[in-house]
Design a protein around this ligand. Structure first.
Ligand code: MLT
Length: 240
């Protein structure tokens, strides 16, 4: 088995994902929000790259059954029901609903990841569960970190490390890990007992804190809080 990590979605091509298991990570906050929505009983999540596209998809869905969610530059999109804060996606709000979501980086990365053999959504909150799923599949694994504005984000890198760390606990054969994967694993294992301290001064954390989202960050950094493994196929994300 081989494990490769992409630090941003930019350089990933269709060929890189062929026949592989793919895990997409945008821990702050898109993939954490999607994991939480599904954990809280939302029927499905439709990730979309553009705002217009999100609005036009909802025209095909019964009015009472959908929610439009997302952000641009961390801020809720005008006219949408929800922002990209996982804390807004509570059971009372999302149960039984279809969530159509568009975010600055995360939903774009998910759309790109659909070219693999199978695609999962990962974060700190489900790191062990999604790592175990990839270990069980046994195929080569690609982890795509969404990054922020074309640059890598340390929060995604440490999340990839958490997933790799779990996978290695479960598979005993020799596994080839690319250089970035090894860096992710090393950094995660070094910082795993205090993710907040390791990440609080990074760019994305600072942007979220300036916008009043410290509670979101702490929520997204809760390691192994859930067993939910979202699965992306044919444009829709559902719980496995
Ligand atoms: C993104 O997709 O860029 C992020 O989820 C941004 C955010 O933190 O809302």
């Amino acid at each position: 088995m081989k494990i490769e990590v992409y630090g941003t979605q930019n350089s990933v091509t269709e060929k890189d994902l062929k026949d592989k298991t793919v895990i997409v990570v945008d821990v702050l906050r898109a993939t954490s929000t999607i994991i939480t929505a599904l954990e809280n009983g939302c029927k499905e999540v439709i990730p979309v790259a553009e705002i217009d596209e999100a609005v036009s998809i909802t025209r095909t869905i019964d009015n009472d059954t959908f929610l439009l969610g997302g952000e641009r530059n961390a801020v809720k999109i005008e006219g949408f029901h929800l922002s990209n804060s996982p804390l807004e996606y509570s059971q009372e709000v999302v149960k039984g609903r279809t969530v159509v979501i568009t975010t600055t980086n995360g939903t774009r990365a998910i759309k790109k990841a659909g070219n693999g053999a199978r695609t999962y959504i990962g974060g700190f909150r489900n790191a062990s569960a999604v790592g175990a799923k990839a270990a069980e599949e046994g195929d080569d694994l690609v982890i795509i970190c969404a990054g922020t504005g074309g640059k890598f984000s340390t929060d995604d890198i440490l999340t990839a490390g958490a997933i790799i760390s779990k996978l290695l606990e479960l598979r005993t054969e020799a596994i080839q890990i690319d250089d970035l994967g090894q860096v992710c694993k090393f950094l995660y294992e070094y910082h795993k007992d205090d993710l907040w301290e390791a990440l609080k001064d990074t760019h994305h954390c600072k942007v979220l804190m300036q916008n009043g989202f410290e509670e979101d960050i702490r929520f997204c950094f809760s390691l192994d809080a859930t067993d939910v493994v979202p699965f992306y196929r044919d444009g829709v994300i559902r719980k496995l």
